[in-house]
Design a protein around this ligand. Structure first.
Ligand code: G6P
Length: 371
């Protein structure tokens, strides 16, 4: 078993380290002569042009990957895009028709709630695209088209490499839609193309610099409760950070949009409470960066200990951080591929420090095939 883990104590640590390859393999073959080709996707450019609304359905981490996709798809394509937990979607009465694209995201391809959401979408005549990591599993079998993630088998119950591969595949869907339909922001979309292609190298840099994160985890392993804040795509990243900590370390954790702080969560802040924040790129979207600076100041004034993930050159965020975790520069929309990784390593290390089985957290299953 030790050999299977490639020298790591846990499969999860091995899978965190495999993320540059998981993303590279998911991108492989999809960039051809400056165009995105979704060859596994049985949908033509004409099909993509006929769509007037996108629904993303998924559970768990896959749902968080869908939240990231919503920001990208709406901006690049100006198509309305909703993202919903599969078990809520199917028992609501979502408005779908043949020009709706439903994207069902699932690592296993067997999650019962996501499968039922796919069936519900099909009875409403929507077109269903599966984003899936498991060849021949049920969700891609029932979908109209499939885009496979190539993360390889994931053993750790808490998703890591499959999650980054899902985010990557979702970007491919968004870029393919923008390409087929046209975009209001051709220069930006071209820059995202280039950034996405070189992401595996930047992910490698983050993976290679996780030791300080493990040190922080050991220091904070006794915490009662941890908050995660972010804005824009930093918000789903906050949710994923909190989910990882709940799943693995059995520690109370909440993710919030930073703008909601003053509407409740700020009341939770006590002296010394750890609060994680992802800073958007300095050169990013509008005023996001300065808004987060204000949020950090608000929580520091109330005694929080801030752990800030930010671009290595972010000299505004650095002095506001009790712990500063640098990541490479990227575009705002692609940043979750980098910013999520320290959260994975943090949760794994806290769990190990607390004496828990990182690969097999209590009460959880890798794939949930009952509703
Ligand atoms: C379970 C796993 C999670 C996963 C979720 C969705 O809860 O423990 O890690 O995110 O199922 O799984 P799927 O296979 O549909 O992506």
């Amino acid at each position: 078993a030790a050999a299977e883990k490639g020298g790591y104590d846990y499969f999860m640590l091995k899978e965190i380290a495999e993320q540059p390859g998981a993303v590279a393999d998911t991108l492989l073959g999809h960039f051809q002569d400056g165009r995105i080709v979704l060859d596994e996707q049985r949908m033509s450019d004409q099909d993509l042009r006929d769509i007037d609304k996108v629904f993303i359905v998924a559970c768990g981490s896959a749902y968080h990957s869908g939240m990231v996709a919503k920001y990208a798809i709406e901006h690049w394509t100006r198509l309305p895009c909703e993202v919903e937990i599969a078990s809520e979607f199917r028992y609501r009465d979502p408005v779908l028709d043949r020009s709706t694209l439903v994207v069902a995201i699932s690592q296993s391809g067997e999650t019962a709630d996501t499968l039922e959401a796919v069936r519900h979408a099909k009875t409403q005549k929507a077109r269903v695209l599966a984003v899936c990591n498991t060849n021949g599993s049920q969700i891609p079998r029932e979908a109209d088209a499939v885009l496979y993630t190539h993360a390889g088998p994931e053993i750790g119950v808490a998703s890591t490499k499959a999650y980054l591969a899902q985010i990557t595949a979702n970007y491919l869907v968004g870029l393919a839609l923008a390409q087929a339909r046209g975009t209001k922001y051709p220069d930006e979309v071209a820059a995202e193309f280039r950034q996405l292609e070189r992401m595996p190298e930047d992910i490698q840099k983050v993976v290679d610099s996780l030791d300080p994160v493990r040190g922080i985890a050991r220091e904070l392993a006794g915490s009662k409760s941890v908050l995660f804040l972010g804005r824009h795509v930093g918000y789903p990243t906050a949710l994923e950070g909190a989910l990882k900590l709940k799943e693995l370390a059995y520690m109370h954790a909440e993710g919030f949009p930073a703008g909601e702080l003053k509407h409740g969560p700020i009341a939770l802040i006590e002296e010394g409470m750890p609060v994680f924040i992802v800073m958007p790129p300095v050169e990013g979207r509008g005023v996001l960066h300065s808004k987060l600076v204000s949020n950090i100041q608000e929580i520091r004034a109330r005694g929080a200990r801030t752990i800030v993930i930010a671009e290595e050159g972010d000299e505004v965020a650095r002095p506001l951080s009790d712990y500063f975790i640098p990541i490479p520069a990227s575009t705002t929309l692609l940043q979750p591929l980098l910013a999520t990784i320290p959260y994975q390593a943090f949760a794994a290390e806290v769990a190990a420090a607390r004496g828990y089985d990182v690969d097999k957290p209590r009460n959880l299953a890798k794939s949930v095939t009952v509703e």
